[in-house]
Design a protein around this ligand. Structure first.
Ligand SMILES: [Zn+2]
Length: 218
């Protein structure tokens, strides 16, 4: 699929899901039903469209996993009056990395969370890791990572500083989570298991709550 700017900013237009759930429509619904002071959270499902991301042991692709988990986080956040969630894509579409960060910046979002599954040539490598880049993202990364590791039960690979493009371009606290390794058979199976995935989604929301309760978003 040939990329162009207007497609990127309306990632859901090609979605196979119901007719009017474009990102704009989803965003508007959320904004209408939330208090004005709700924290705006951008969930960024990694990859999408012609970028499948990592190939899992089962043959499933990372882009499917990131979208399924992100949608679950989005739905949980919608139920929380303190949050107003947005997604950079809600279908199998691709958005350029800079545009993902820009989407959050343009919204003046309070936090940006990019969701990924990890990959490595050595299939025995396992574990959960989280990344931040700017110093003002470190606490958010630490807080969510702690919950994430508890929920996955995977090896704690730590919180690391790395200049991933979605992180360097984000103006507000931004983190990237590698929930586990899709290239490890056991870890992939747990990541794709709906009950485990729900626990991970709940952990991310719990981490967000803690962070904003502690900091007030400052
Ligand atoms: Zn990825």
């Amino acid at each position: 699929m040939k990329y162009n700017q207007s497609q990127a900013m309306q990632p859901a237009q090609e979605s196979k899901r119901s007719g009017n759930d474009t990102a704009a429509a989803v965003a508007k619904t959320a904004a209408d039903s939330k208090p004005n002071n709700a924290y705006k959270i951008v969930i960024d499902p990694g990859h999408g469209g012609n970028d499948p991301g990592a190939g899992g042991v089962s043959g499933k692709e990372e882009k499917e996993y990131t979208l399924a988990l992100s949608q679950e986080v989005y739905e949980l956040l919608q139920q929380e009056p303190m949050f107003e969630p947005y997604m950079t894509r809600d279908g199998d579409t691709f958005m350029e990395l800079d545009d993902r960060a820009k989407y959050g910046n343009d919204l003046d979002a309070d936090a940006f969370l990019s969701i990924h599954g990890n990959t490595y040539t050595d299939s025995s490598i396992t574990g959960t890791e989280s990344y931040y880049y700017s110093d003002n993202s470190r606490l958010l990364a630490n807080t969510i990572h702690k919950e994430l590791v508890e929920a996955t039960g995977f090896t704690d690979r730590g919180v690391k500083k790395e200049a991933w493009r979605v992180l360097t371009q984000s103006e507000k606290p931004a983190i990237l989570m590698e929930v586990g390794f899709l290239t490890n058979k056991e870890e992939e199976a747990k990541m794709l298991d709906p009950a485990s995935r729900s626990r991970v989604a709940q952990a991310i929301v719990e981490g967000l709550k803690q962070y904003f309760q502690e900091t007030g978003g400052q």
